[in-house]
Design a protein around this ligand. Structure first.
Ligand code: NAD
Ligand code: LMR
Length: 333
């Protein structure tokens, strides 16, 4: 089978290190598909990427056809079929949000343009580096010749966090929990929604009500504990570990691409809005999605109750504000 070309940016960083070996082991695209890895770094990260490449060789992965490292986006994205945009500028001490957006626009704008110029015609682009949704929007806007639907951002980690919390609360196996949705931004405003979720085929809210002593108590737990815990889990991990999530972020990236490219059950991903659920067109927003292998599509026919509407709108408002901030810096049209 022909090898698939995957480009990873930030390959010398922490998530890069956790991700590379799983891709090369066949966990992202399956045990039959060979992969060709292109690692993009800035000069300061090149040695770390080179070290990772040495270790990849030492694993002697049968599916890994070759590895190349570059600090030039046009070289690293040449012929790229799957781009994993992980490298980003972290927020420094005292840095304002607008400064962070501007610094990242300086990365994701040129990378989007390079993808538009040299990537494979069928390229799919996943943004992980924060602020993920808006970085994805900047990359997408810089590549007008690539269909916008090919640009997605990672909220699978938030989705998995929600399932993990529910499994613990219900004493259930995560595999039995289905239909969770993460809406909005990959930030503390996101809304993890269980309105359509089931556990072992039964409405999840019923199972929760049984364990917590009624529907009102179940909803109180969702509002007071579940939603904020999931939405602030990134900050909790930073506080407890002393650095942001790594292995769980890499795992979610593997699953995001696998579901997109190989197809699978309904999940959550940030994809470009065509106005579904009243989300302004063009925003890259987390929705319920499925894929038959040809790319994520929004599942657009689910009911949204008043409580959910309010929470979705709050996160979408933040995405609109981020887009406006980037526009006011002259970065987006
Ligand atoms: P890290 O600092 O360990 O690694 C980032 C790497 O990117 C560094 O090696 C750096 O040299 C490189 N880099 C910086 N600018 C680059 C550029 N222009 N081109 C190529 N490489 C570049 O960080 P990490 O822990 O690997 O996290 C990476 C990003 O992922 C961060 O922005 C983090 O906030 C984000 N993140 C997102 C999620 C999510 O669910 N979406 C979860 C966890 C972390
Ligand atoms: C996460 O959700 O773990 C990260 O996006 C947090 C962060 O700010 O890096």
């Amino acid at each position: 089978m022909r090898a698939t070309t995957i480009t990873l940016t930030g390959a010398g960083g922490q998530i890069g290190y956790a991700l590379l070996f799983r891709i090369a082991a066949g966990e992202m695209l399956g045990p039959e598909r060979p992969v060709r890895l292109r690692l993009l770094e800035i000069p300061a990260g090149m040695r770390a990427a080179e070290g990772a490449a040495l270790e990849l060789q030492d694993c002697a992965f049968p599916l890994l056809s070759d590895v190349e490292i570059s600090d030039d986006p046009r070289t690293a994205f040449d012929g790229c079929e799957i781009a994993l945009l992980v490298g980003a500028r972290p927020r420094g001490p005292g840095m304002e949000r607008a400064e962070l957006l501007a610094a990242n626009a300086g990365i994701f704008g040129p990378q989007g343009a390079a993808l538009g110029d040299v990537a494979d015609d069928a390229v799919r682009v996943v943004t992980v580096g924060n602020p993920a949704n808006t970085n994805a929007l900047i990359a997408q806007s810089s590549a007008p010749d690539i269909p916008p639907e090919r640009f997605t951002a990672l909220t699978r980690l938030d989705h998995n966090r929600a399932v993990g919390q529910l499994a613990a609360a219900l004493g259930a196996n995560p595999r039995d929990i289905d239909g969770v949705i993460v809406w909005g931004n990959h930030s503390a405003t996101q809304y993890p929604d269980v309105s359509h979720a089931t556990v072992a085929g039964r409405p999840l809210i019923d199972a929760l009500a049984e364990r917590r002593g009624g529907v009102d108590a179940a909803i109180a737990w969702l509002d007071a504990e579940f939603v904020p815990r999931v939405a602030r889990r990134g900050a909790e991990i930073i506080e407890v570990r002393g650095s942001s999530s790594i292995a769980s972020a890499a795992h979610a990236t593997v699953e995001h691409v696998r579901s997109d490219v190989l197809g699978g059950f309904r999940t959550s991903a940030a994809v470009v809005s065509h106005g579904e659920y009243g989300v302004p067109e063009g925003l890259i927003c987390s929705f319920p999605v499925t894929s038959d292998g040809s790319g994520y599509r929004v599942v657009s026919d689910l009911g949204v109750d008043e409580r959910s509407r309010r929470l979705i709108d709050a996160s979408v408002d933040e995405l609109v504000a981020e887009r406006e901030a980037v526009r006011s810096l002259g970065i987006l049209p």
